[in-house]
Design a protein around this ligand. Structure first.
Ligand SMILES: O=C1NC(=O)NC(C(=O)O)N1
Length: 313
């Protein structure tokens, strides 16, 4: 039968599935549940220097088609997660070493956090979140092309460990080209496409009201709503970036078929957000089973046989 073994940045994983940063990864308990789960890998909640309460609740709402959130980067603070990942790599040899997500509130904060990671014992993968849409007053860095280039230029003056960037969705070929040209200048390990589609608005017709409190109801959209956008960004960057820069696919993965589509577009690891939030940790067992079924039906034994092989007409 089909096997899901995936190699990513020199590490071998049982399967390509992991949580999307922010979902089920705020506390040590949640992180340990991910560690024990069927997920092939996992990642911490994006950390800021200091602990953050985040935005006022309600700040997450799910529908049959996905979710809207404006969490506002609530997290336990950077040291909490650094302690977890450094302790993890000392004691565990299950090869599931967690990725470390960073989201500084400013360019300087990002630089300072990454300098500490560079000096630390952490040997795993760092993900720089350039795309949180939910901190009032903070634009998504990924939409400021100059700022993105400036940050990466500064980072790679000193950062020598594996680094990926979490990107917002782009919607214009000119933007795919501009951003890919910038990213191709740097020794990035990967790009993670996509973060939530920023500042959507869900209206509850019955109550004639928004459903989340922050920002008058505007929030990042995830789930089925965004799969076509996620697939487009995975494909756009897979076809534009140096092959040394891998792509993580995030957005609308709720079935084995969704996972297959992301892999076909060129993704290597696959991150699950809304479906994990709604279904819980068992979602990984289901996704693993369903992806194997899809591959077996199609006669594929390994993912390498079809990764990136999306046909055009
Ligand atoms: O990068 C993020 N994307 C989201 O959709 N939400 C969280 C958040 O609001 O903290 N951050």
């Amino acid at each position: 039968t089909a096997v899901l073994k995936t190699e990513f940045l020199g590490q071998k994983y049982e399967n390509p599935f992991m949580n999307a940063s922010g979902v089920h990864c705020l506390t040590v308990n949640e992180l340990d549940e991910l560690k024990r789960s069927k997920a092939g890998a996992f990642i911490t909640k994006s950390a800021t220097t200091l602990e953050r309460a985040g935005n006022p609740e309600p700040r997450y709402y799910a529908t049959a088609l996905g979710s809207i959130n404006s969490m506002g980067l609530p997290n336990k603070g950077f040291q909490y997660y650094l302690d977890y990942v450094v302790d993890y790599q000392k004691n565990d040899s299950d090869g599931k070493a967690p990725f470390f997500s960073v989201a500084g509130m400013s360019r300087d904060e990002n630089i300072n956090i990454l300098k500490i990671i560079q000096r630390s014992d952490f040997q795993g993968v760092t993900e720089l979140n350039l795309s949180c849409p939910n901190v009032p007053g903070k634009p998504q860095v990924g939409y400021d092309f100059q700022m993105t280039e400036q940050i990466l230029t500064q980072v790679f003056e000193f950062f020598r460990k594996p680094l990926g960037v979490k990107l917002p969705p782009y919607f214009d070929f000119a933007h795919f080209d501009i951003v890919a040209n910038i990213l191709n200048k740097f020794p990035l390990a990967y790009v993670n496409c996509v973060n939530s589609v920023g500042n959507g608005l869900y209206v509850d017709a019955a109550s004639e009201s928004v459903v989340i409190k922050p920002k008058n109801g505007f929030g990042g959209i995830g789930g089925d709503y965004i799969k076509p956008t996620a697939l487009a960004n995975v494909r756009a960057f897979y076809t534009r970036l140096n092959p040394t820069i891998k792509v993580i696919g995030t957005g609308g993965i709720a079935s084995g078929q969704d996972a297959f589509e992301h892999l076909l577009c060129g993704a290597t690891m696959l991150q699950v957000g809304t479906a994990l939030y709604e279904e819980g940790i068992s979602v990984f067992e289901r996704l693993e089973k369903e992806l194997k079924e899809v591959m077996t039906q199609k006669g594929y034994k390994t993912i390498e046989e079809f990764r990136g092989q999306l046909r055009t007409l």
